[in-house]
Every structure is written in structure tokens, then in C-alpha cells.
Design a protein. Structure first.
Length: 376
């Protein structure tokens, strides 16, 4: 199969994604125990340098930083003289300067000595590849450890425009639309694993933390309030003649939440599924800002505003550049007009969230960790 990712339908993260991606970062942290277990059983060749780490879907760095630091610390403890090369992979229009600044400011911390008392002499080198991970991005048989955190739910392309919403769910997608997303997600997952199997060295491992739908997911009943309100705003703009129906359809996000059972399918014979976690879940409202409880009216108002701002910032940190690219595609709007449209959409979401006594999230959304090893 010849996969050609469509960069115009894929999403790069903007500069403030790190600041507003606490949900993803905390979910990524939940998988660290599985990463440590995978490292414990990984054979590290003492005669070759460097140890190569590939970070597939790095975005601007916040979601993968803890995992990379865990890997670096483990390798240095095992072999203090080992050099490590970390390659961050994401779309060419990713805000790479934010990742560079994160790595420059934080570094990947290397102790001066390890528990054995031996001095650490190995260094850590970093590089980036501006390509989609739905392509081969590194040479065959070159990667010791691949990793991907909260990235593979983004699809390689948009399979179909949704007629009623921007986010596919059983509550709002037609049977045909849902089937198209399911098929694209199936193809992309198989392709992703086949490419990583090609890049891994024999015995190398692949650690993947991916958002999923759990058995408790209630997306057949209702969407999250943020999605519902953005949908309503876009349809209002169509009615007002400020947005065409075709443009509204182009706002469809190329995202799909697989189930754990979906992830067990399409695994190439060259990879052994070494471990798979149960569903890992987050209380989103506890991370972004708790919903209003007993308090004075003034306190409730302030709390709603803080929570609404957090949800708004999070929603647009993930989607804003994608939405702007869709509005700009026709060439009929100036940059200022595009920015004004997005600003009004943000303000609308924020003001309506402020009016809600509680903000409804999708119940049962979570993530799963899978660890693969390339067969000898």
C-alpha cells in the first residue's frame, strides 16, 4: 500500500500547546510505569553507539518530555558511557522553536554519576524530522526504542466531511460517516505499526500511548459541551451567510478514538505485542478546573470563568491552526478576517461555557499503553 499523508488535513500544534495540554501530559504520565517495565527487559548493546530513540508525534514537546527523560535516565544508569540520539518526529509545520526552547531550557538531565558510582560520560543528542509518522521517517533497522504519546488518534487524512459535527461520535455521525472513520483508523494503525517495525532494530521496542474509547464511553448519548457549542456556532455562521456549508464540513477534525480491541488488530507478524494496559482514565474536570460546587454566587462566577477559559484554551490549542488553514484555503479571506473569525468563535465558546452550571465531558474517554518488540 502506498500511503500519502495529506498535510492539509493533518494537525500541527501551535506554540502554546504545551501550556494548555495538561490533559494529554497527565495521561502520558500514567503510562510511565509501563515504559519503565519495557526498559527493564530491553537488551542494550554495549558495543554500539548511539542508542537511538524515536519520538513519533512529538508536537511541541510537553507530552513526550517525561517519557524521553525516563529513557535517558535508564540508559545512563545501565551504561554510563552510552551516547543517546533522540529524534523528534512531527509534521513540517509544527512549531519546532517551542520544542527547541523546551529542550534547551530543560535538557535531558544526565546525572554526573550513577548508583554504581561510575561517572557518566555519555551525551544526549537531539534532532527533528519534519514529516508525518504515517511515512517512513528513519532508516530501516536503525531505532532501538520508538515511542509515541497521545498522537496516533490523529488520522493521516480526513476520510469524509461530517454533516452534523466537527468531531466524529456515535451521537452525531451517520452510519456511513462512522464507517469511513473506522476504516481510515484501521488502515492508519496497521500502516503505523508496519513502518515502525521496518525502522526498529531486531529486538528493539515500540512504546505507544494512545487515546481510546472505553467501555464506559457515552458518546452515543451526547457530545462534550465544548464540541456541541462549537458545532452550534459554526451552523449559526452558515445560516448568517458568513461561512459556507462546504467550509463548515472542512472543519471536521481528522481524529478517531479506537477501542482496545481495535488496537489488537492489524499487528504485523514482525512485531510481538509484549504488553497492553487496561484503560487509563483521567478526570478531565479535575485537571482543567473543577466544576462549581458550594460557594457564594461571586465565587461561583469566578470559578466558572476560570474553568471556561481553561476549556476554551485547551480546545483551541488543539484545533486553532487547523481551523485557520481551512478558512484560508479558498483565498477569499484575508489573514485578518481569518483571525477575527477564530477570535469570535473563541469568545462565543468562552461566554457560553461561563453560563453552564457544570461543563459536560465525554464519560469514559481514556488511553491505553501498548508495548511491542521486533522479533529477532
Amino acid at each position: 500500500r502506498n500511503y500519502i499523508p495529506n498535510y492539509r488535513t493533518m494537525q500541527a500544534m501551535r506554540s502554546d500547546y504545551n501550556q494548555h495540554s495538561r490533559v494529554q501530559s497527565q495521561m502520558a504520565s500514567k503510562g510511565i510505569g509501563y515504559l519503565k517495565a519495557a526498559l527493564e527487559s530491553l537488551e542494550i548493546n554495549s558495543t554500539t553507539n548511539p542508542f537511538v530513540v524515536a519520538d513519533y508525534g512529538s508536537a511541541t514537546g510537553s507530552n513526550s518530555y517525561e517519557a524521553v527523560q525516563t529513557i535517558v535516565s535508564h540508559i545512563q544508569n545501565q551504561q554510563p558511557s552510552k551516547e543517546i540520539h533522540v529524534t523528534h518526529v512531527d509534521l513540517p509545520n509544527t512549531d519546532w522553536s517551542t520544542l527547541f526552547n523546551l529542550v534547551a531550557a530543560e535538557g535531558y538531565k544526565i546525572p554526573s554519576t550513577v548508583p554504581s558510582g561510575e561517572a557518566v560520560q555519555g551525551k544526549v543528542f537531539t534532532s527533528v524530522v519534519g514529516r508525518s509518522f504515517y511515512e517512513q521517517v528513519l532508516p530501516a533497522n536503525s531505532v532501538d526504542l520508538g515511542m509515541s504519546t497521545t498522537a496516533v488518534h490523529w488520522l493521516s487524512k480526513l476520510p469524509v466531511r461530517l454533516s452534523k459535527t466537527i468531531f466524529v461520535s456515535r451521537a452525531s455521525a451517520t452510519t456511513e460517516e462512522l464507517a469511513a472513520f473506522e476504516e481510515q483508523a484501521r488502515l492508519d494503525w496497521t500502516n503505523f505499526l508496519e513502518l515502525r517495525a521496518k525502522e526498529l532494530k531486531k529486538g528493539g521496542k515500540l512504546y505507544v500511548l494512545v487515546p481510546i474509547k472505553t467501555s464506559e464511553d457515552d458518546d452515543s448519548k451526547h457530545p462534550a459541551d465544548t464540541v456541541r457549542l462549537m458545532d452550534e456556532y459554526l451552523f449559526d455562521q452558515v445560516k448568517a451567510g458568513k461561512l459556507t456549508e462546504e467550509e463548515r464540513g472542512e472543519f471536521t477534525l481528522p481524529l478517531f478514538m479506537r477501542t482496545i480491541e481495535d488496537l489488537k488488530e492489524g499487528i504485523p507478524s514482525s512485531l510481538n505485542l509484549e504488553a497492553i494496559s487496561p484503560a487509563l482514565t483521567n478526570d478531565v474536570s479535575a485537571i482543567i478546573g473543577a466544576n462549581v460546587d458550594d460557594a457564594t454566587e461571586e465565587e461561583k462566577k469566578k470559578k466558572r470563568e476560570v474553568t471556561a477559559r481553561a476549556y476554551t484554551n485547551f480546545s483551541f490549542a488543539v484545533t486553532e491552526e487547523y481551523f485557520k488553514s481551512k478558512l484560508s484555503a479558498s483565498g477569499l479571506r484575508s489573514e485578518g478576517e481569518v483571525n477575527e473569525f477564530i477570535l469570535r468563535m473563541k469568545d462565543s465558546l468562552f461566554s457560553q461555557l461561563c453560563e453552564l452550571p457544570t461543563i459536560r465531558n465525554r464519560k469514559g474517554a481514556g488511553a491505553a499503553v501498548l508495548v511491542f518488540q521486533k522479533r529477532e
